[in-house]
Design a protein around this ligand. Structure first.
Ligand SMILES: C[S@@+](CC[C@H](N)C(=O)[O-])C[C@H]1O[C@@H](n2cnc3c(N)ncnc32)[C@H](O)[C@@H]1O
Length: 273
């Protein structure tokens, strides 16, 4: 898929996902996001960049940690996601976050300006994740750090059949390289190539619990990256795709819901002084 098309699919796809993302993913992703926050070791007073902030699931906890002396910039390519995040921030009384519409591969931010750049589950969606990691390197201060969370290997993620189910019904792959960063040492090598030192990697499994078929279907089809393609399906095609997806996750059903295996990778690195 051409980079420009992939960006458009992402931008408008996530606009459609924005009302459903938290319903489908908030509780399921929190254990992995919490681990990312722990490894990021954010301190009161720090200046933090949250790249691909989505609905703000990690943005708000970080803003709480840095406090009024700290500062946060949260960027995303989807205006729908940014609006949701900004609403949540306002509702919870945060005044230390500025939300900006930006492409992670082309940050309109100064060199050497953040204590830490953090990317939670965004990198898999970009046409050129290497470029986005180089941008993370550019904007952190010398001695500053960067952390990223990505999904792990395809065969360790129990919901992965979703992509072929969608791709069989559209003309081009929806997320062509989704699982690539989570294989072997790909992400740590990309961090090293960007210039980061003292690189650490953690690979871990975490089950994603869905209470019902309905919640699993909302998460997969409406709450994520395939939402734009899915939206164009007629009712019959939607139902057929739902049935195939539910069939694909049957091994993880306990009768009352699903515990779908998920593998994640966290990488951290430091920019030399
Ligand atoms: C799975 S969500 C992750 C949201 C949030 N960080 C979290 O952990 O819940 C992926 C996000 O990546 C954003 N995204 C996709 N392509 C992007 C790009 N090129 N630049 C910036 N954000 C992008 C989407 O709009 C979406 O909000």
């Amino acid at each position: 898929m051409k980079p420009e098309l992939q960006r458009r699919v992402q931008r408008y796809g996530w606009d459609y996902s924005s009302p459903h993302y938290d319903t489908g993913w908030q509780h399921q992703l929190w254990p992995a996001q919490k681990r990312l926050l722990k490894k990021s070791n954010i301190q009161k007073g720090e200046k933090v960049l949250d790249i691909s902030c989505g609905t703000g699931l990690i943005t708000l906890p970080i803003a709480k940690t840095v406090g009024e002396e700290g500062e946060m910039v949260a960027i995303d390519l989807s205006e729908g996601m940014l609006e949701k995040a900004a609403e949540e921030a306002k509702k919870n009384g945060f005044s230390n976050i500025s939300f900006k519409h930006m492409d992670a591969e082309d940050l309109d931010l100064s060199d050497d300006s953040f204590d830490i750049a953090i990317n939670s589950l965004g990198l898999m969606y970009y046409p050129n994740p290497d470029q986005a990691i180089q941008e993370m390197y550019r904007v952190v201060k010398p001695g500053g750090r960067a952390t990223a969370l990505v999904w792990g290997r395809r065969n360790a993620c129990g919901w992965a059949e979703l992509f072929p189910i969608i791709d069989r019904r559209v003309e081009s792959d929806v997320c062509p390289l989704f699982f690539q960063l989570g294989t072997d040492k790909t992400l740590q090598k990309t961090f090293a190539k960007a210039g980061f030192k003292d690189i650490n990697v953690w690979r871990f499994d975490m089950a994603l619990h869905f209470d019902s078929d309905e919640q699993a279907i909302i998460a997969a089809f409406q709450g994520g990256a395939v939402a734009l393609a899915y939206r164009k399906f007629d009712q019959h095609t939607k139902e057929e795709a739902h049935a195939e997806y539910i069939e694909s996750i049957q091994p993880y059903s306990d009768g009352a819901g699903y515990d779908i295996p998920g593998e994640f990778v966290i990488v951290s690195g430091i920019k030399s002084r």
